[in-house]
Design a protein around this ligand. Sequence first.
Ligand SMILES: Nc1ncnc2c1ncn2[C@@H]1O[C@H](COP(=O)(O)OP(=O)(O)OP(=O)(O)O)[C@@H](O)[C@H]1O
Ligand SMILES: [Mg+2]
Length: 234
Amino acid sequence: MIEISDLNVHYGRVRALTSVSLSVDEGKIFAVLGANGAGKTTLLRSILGLTSAKGAIRFEGSDITSRPVAERVRRGIALVPEGRKLFPDFTVAENLRIGAFNRKDPDGVRRDIDEVCEAFPVLKERYQQEARTLSGGEGQMLAIGRALLSRPKLLLLDEPSVGLMPIFVSEIFKMIASVARNKGITVLLVEQNTKKALAVADRAAVLELGRIAFEGGASSIAADPRVKEAYLGG
Ligand SMILES: Nc1ncnc2c1ncn2[C@@H]1O[C@H](COP(=O)(O)OP(=O)(O)OP(=O)(O)O)[C@@H](O)[C@H]1O
Ligand SMILES: [Mg+2]
């Protein structure tokens, strides 16, 4: 459903991505792993149209390479960026509704809000509280919930588990698996938590200095001795 070929991104003289190609089938989870500065965030931003990338990006069969960000969002691409970017002065409820701003089915929106609150009960408890008062983990759940409210076809997640306690990490990975398996949402998951990401993903790639160093089925990537040594602690 998303097909990236020969993507190249420069920031001035810095080469962030070099000849990156990958594709993800509908409803599958694809993990993108790699060290700090490897180009993971750049890849997600490029899919949304936030970089001046060269190459080709096809989404559901259409070439979106030069389409504006707003159109990509309208077509069903949602990004949960690093550091969440919630609206701190708005309540949990308002943040969720902002995610649905493009939709015209209020009943569906209400159902989806209920569903998010069921998956992340803490959001129900904090429903009328301002987003600024949430803990890091709660905020991350809200950011994912807000993205889901746009009914995305492709969900781009940039390090959703960073800085969270193991219990929150498990909740978030459970949610990721469930949206892919039960809703058919395609997920591109950038993670430093290599072990957990490979456990939930169907396929994975490792970026090194902006190039794909390894790519394949998640279990074969997890079993690769070179990946084990560099990213799974031996
Ligand atoms: N706006 C920018 N201007 C200049 N260089 C940038 C910019 N954004 C990223 N870079 C550089 O591009 C490279 C890739 O950065 P990117 O943020 O994609 O890495 P990352 O894999 O997401 O890293 P991290 O794990 O630290 O989030 C890095 O060398 C970074 O310094
Ligand atoms: Mg990053």
